[in-house]
Design a binder for this molecule. Sequence first.
Ligand SMILES: Cc1cc2nc3c(=O)[nH]c(=O)nc-3n(C[C@H](O)[C@H](O)[C@H](O)COP(=O)(O)OP(=O)(O)OC[C@H]3O[C@@H](n4cnc5c(N)ncnc54)[C@H](O)[C@@H]3O)c2cc1C
Length: 387
Amino acid sequence: MNRLIFDEEHDLFRDQVRRFMQEEIEPNVEAWREAGICDKDAFRKAGEQGYLFMWADEQYGGLGLKDFRFEQIVTEEGIRHGDISLFLTLHSRLVGPYIGELGSEALKQRLIPQCISGEAILGVAMTEPGAGSDVAGIKTRAIQDGDDWIINGSKTYISNGINGTHFVVAARTVPDKPHGLGLFVVEADMEGFKRGRNLDKMGLKAQDTAELFFEDVRVPAENVLGDPTRGFYNLMHFLAEERLINAVQGIAHAQTAFDLTKAYILERKAFGRPIAAFQNSRFKMAEMRTQLDITQTFVDQLVLLHNAGALSAELAAEAKLQATETESRVMDDCVQLHGGAGYMSEYRISHMFTDARISRIYAGSSEIMKEIIARGMGLDERELLKR
Ligand SMILES: Cc1cc2nc3c(=O)[nH]c(=O)nc-3n(C[C@H](O)[C@H](O)[C@H](O)COP(=O)(O)OP(=O)(O)OC[C@H]3O[C@@H](n4cnc5c(N)ncnc54)[C@H](O)[C@@H]3O)c2cc1C
């Protein structure tokens, strides 16, 4: 399908990014998967090319490129010619805007140049052992001490948790209010900050996911993001972009699996004919093609809406739900069409299948997406039960 949202400038950018991914990322992916973590140098190399924090204003050394399509291209090419585990976009567009929009001027001047070069690597730490979908259940505490804040508690399942140098941490600032949270930038070299081990996972093998611990970590006023009692609402605001990113990733991942499966079934033979010649294979491919085109069209439309400042939480939730559920179904069909080879680690599809499984869970599960969409149309359970 010809995607009409890109112009010549985007096409030229895509060619450059593709070459970068093919030359600098793809050759390392297998080693990173075995090591359970990607090399920090990947961030520095992407930074050298200007692919990190592209949105940052020129005064901080950025390109001032607010157009989300450029980030979409980095994500799509990174997945096709690299690996979905390399979270450049988490650094740049999922966590970065918290600093760009809510950070103090001193923090922005100090941190953004390091984020652009890839010297600093970002993560966001909301989830705790007892609070995942239920963000209001966060127990990590932040208590004011003069101008500083003292943080105590722990987080789990944090992406870029080992490579990360700076984390946006959600902590409770108002004890008796479920939504009384603040957001703070905790730096890895602050006293009292500790990382747990790199958690062993079913998929995303090159992604470092870790526990983080905070013991009397003293955070200066400069590192407070926005109003320290309105962190919950700020999280909800930035989660819309996060979910659009997940949708872009999910559909790019599914499209890549589709393409490599098509090549495989044209090559592999059974009963004296290519696997592609069986009606079931052709119909499965036709079904997937249709789902991919419908979903891509919707996601692309939301990218334009986001550029226009009109992406709602409900539309972002629809995109995440649709793209990640499609991703999972496509991965399953693609493994099936590969037969036994699809279960073998040497075939990329086998790990794409396990990598994809998290998309329907993290950044808000499919069930939470349905809650958001239903509430948006006036079907809020809490209100309905009062009737
Ligand atoms: C690889 C990986 C990377 C991650 N990266 C990060 C990160 O960088 N930062 C971060 O903060 N977190 C991160 N997470 C955490 C992730 O966002 C949470 O795991 C996710 O939000 C789900 O929370 P939970 O695991 O506590 O599941 P739970 O909340 O315990 O949910 C369990 C099940 O119950 C369902 N459920 C929960 N509430 C409802 C409801 N109201 N209605 C219907 N069903 C419901 C869920 O959909 C799910 O199916 C990551 C997780 C993984 C596995």
